[in-house]
Write a protein that binds this ligand. Structure first.
Ligand code: HEM
Length: 179
């Protein structure tokens, strides 16, 4: 299905996710470096990292539902076919990573020997479905970290391509900004 432009909800969701992912990444790097004493800043950084990650996961699910129900604008036929195929592939991988990274983060939190509880915005407790396990935690934590870095690298490439098309007078960036 193709639509004349992105809907307002689709545009808002795109920019909300684009803002939250680097914020969550930066908070992830910061929280692991914070000392254990005093405990409160580290605990709060973990809770907000996990909360933003959960919000990213839910917003991406919402984006996928909208895209499935409403579709997306038709691709610009002025672009070479290989570029359209490459863009489609990058978008699909980004959607996959946007769902996989929070899930791996949650599974890391559940496996962590330290068993820091997961409380969305300090209000909503999320039960840990796995028992603590040092080896599983190490594996999931590494996967979570490297896929998060991969996601942000891909998103940067995606942003640079959008800027390049914008500079060449193509309406892709304007379409995501103004519809
Ligand atoms: C877009 C979403 C997310 C991004 C980009 C992200 C990114 C990161 C990064 C960069 C780190 C630092 C890794 C390191 O230095 O070892 C990290 C660690 C971690 N994240 Fe996430 N994260 C996301 C979502 C989540 C979610 C939803 C949860 C849990 C509900 C979570 C739980 C954790 C845990 C438990 C750690 C390991 C901390 C430790 O080693 O003690 N993350 N994350």
């Amino acid at each position: 299905m193709s639509e004349p432009g992105w809907s307002r909800a689709q545009r808002r969701l795109h920019w909300a996710v684009a803002l939250l992912v680097p914020l969550t990444l930066a908070l992830g790097f910061l929280m692991v470096e914070l000392p254990w004493r005093p405990l409160a800043p580290k605990f709060l950084a973990y809770q907000f990292h996990k909360s933003f990650g959960v919000v990213v996961f839910l917003l991406v699910l919402w984006r996928l539902v909208l895209r499935w129900r409403r579709g997306r604008p038709a691709e610009d036929v002025a672009l070479p076919a290989w570029q359209r195929r490459a863009a489609g592939l990058v978008h699909a991988v980004m959607y996959g990573l946007l769902l996989a990274v929070p899930v791996l983060g949650y599974l890391s939190a559940a496996s962590a020997p330290a068993q820091v509880p997961t409380m969305v915005f300090l209000l909503l407790p999320v039960p840990h479905v796995l028992a603590p396990d040092e080896a599983r935690f190490a594996l999931l934590r590494a996967l979570h970290l490297w896929l998060a870095v991969g996601l942000v690298a891909l998103a940067l490439g995606h942003a640079l391509m959008a800027l390049r098309h914008h500079a060449m007078g193509q309406p892709v960036l304007r379409g995501m900004w103004r519809g």
